[in-house]
Design a binder for this molecule. Sequence first.
Ligand code: SF4
Length: 67
Amino acid sequence: MKVNVKEEKCIGCGSCISLTDGNIFDFNDEGLAFVNKQPSTNEECEAAQNAITYCPTAAIEDIKEDE
Ligand code: SF4
């Protein structure tokens, strides 16, 4: 999977950051989430999937590319 945060939809709640233990998402200078590191392990992908599910504004998307 490959995640992306649609910045225009993010409200900076921080849910994605806590759900992924700060491994994948972080806040930018404007207090909005961005992808700091793409998930690679199964655990990280699961956590990222949770972040997608629980983001209150559906700002996170999986933009997995065909390989
Ligand atoms: Fe932004 Fe969604 Fe992350 Fe909250 S969970 S900080 S709204 S991307």
